[in-house]
Design a protein around this ligand. Structure first.
Ligand code: NDP
Ligand code: 8X3
Length: 249
């Protein structure tokens, strides 16, 4: 049985990915800061597969390495790493942006992804096998008004994804990114700091992607034969043509 570690499994894309992979009988390591939610998901998915909850903040590098290097033997060989934890903080013109928001996005979306990857990659190299899926965004392919630093963080994920694939070539490790457009999750609640009315409006007037849609694609990606690597995928809902062009009724 293969083991998959999913960061950001307490909500949205990560949570649905956990559900999708449990259906494929992967052993799961569920990560996120909210332990209560991890335990609830373990309760649900534990009926289908073996589940371990690993609570840490991806910004805390000591904790990241301590937790991943001390996994119980049954969970210590990570076959699949899904670098999903991430979020946006604020949607302001660059001149009005809050420094704490910029730091949070760079620390979580970029540095956190790097810490987790650095903790997991050596084992994959040793076993000459592994699959890393980086969750980027359409915001990593284009920049939209007021998206400045969030877009920069996701452009960094795009570059890191390419860099990982180049540097890990020949080591038996597949590396690829999935770049979703608008997906209705807690993403906008976080971006607008709990203003749920404002968050809801982002997805009104059109049918946005659901986290299950992305999870289904991740399930497809990880179940391809070893010689097939989905290197970089952009997924938008039908109503969306670009970050700024959305057919809202
Ligand atoms: P959610 O807000 O629903 O989920 C975000 C997840 O990331 C949560 O499980 C959260 O867990 C985790 N997370 C956030 N900060 C940290 C942290 N410091 N340490 C550990 N875990 C953290 O959003 P989505 O599911 O939408 O987002 C998942 C990924 O998809 C992100 O990388 C996002 O940028 C990307 N994405 C989202 C899109 C969208 O439109 N929704 C589109 C394109 C990409 P907890 O709070 O418990 O720690
Ligand atoms: C999330 C998609 O367009 O809200 O990465 O930034 S968007």
């Amino acid at each position: 049985m293969k083991t998959a570690l999913i960061t950001g499994a307490t909500s949205g894309i990560g949570k649905e990915t956990a559900r999708a992979l449990a259906g494929e009988a992967y052993r799961l390591i569920l990560c996120g800061r909210r332990e209560g939610r991890l335990n609830e998901l373990k309760e649900e998915l534990g009926k289908k597969t073996e589940v371990l909850c690993l609570s840490f903040d991806v910004r805390d590098k000591e904790e990241v390495f301590k937790k991943i290097e001390n996994l119980p033997p049954d969970f210590s060989n990570i076959d699949i790493l899904i670098n999903n934890a991430g979020n946006a903080h604020g949607l302001d013109p660059i001149q009005d942006g809050a420094i704490e928001d910029w730091e949070a996005m760079i620390d979580i979306n970029v540095k956190g992804l790097l810490y987790v990857s650095k903790a997991v990659i050596p084992g994959m190299i040793e076993r000459k096998s592994g699959h890393i899926i980086n969750i980027g965004s359409t915001a990593g392919k284009e920049v939209y008004p007021n998206g400045n630093v969030y877009c920069a963080s996701k452009h960094a994920v795009d570059a890191i994804n390419q860099g990982m694939r180049i540097d890990l070539n020949g080591k038996g490790i597949r590396v690829g990114a999935i770049n979703p457009g608008l997906v209705e999750t807690e993403f906008s609640d976080v971006r607008f700091k709990g203003d749920s009315e404002k968050a809801k409006k982002v997805y009104q007037g059109f049918e946005a992607l659901r986290p299950e849609d992305i999870a289904d694609i991740i399930r497809f990606v990880v179940t391809r034969p070893y010689h097939v690597n989905i290197a970089d995928l952009i997924v938008m809902c039908t109503a969306q043509a670009s970050s700024t062009i959305v057919d809202k009724q």
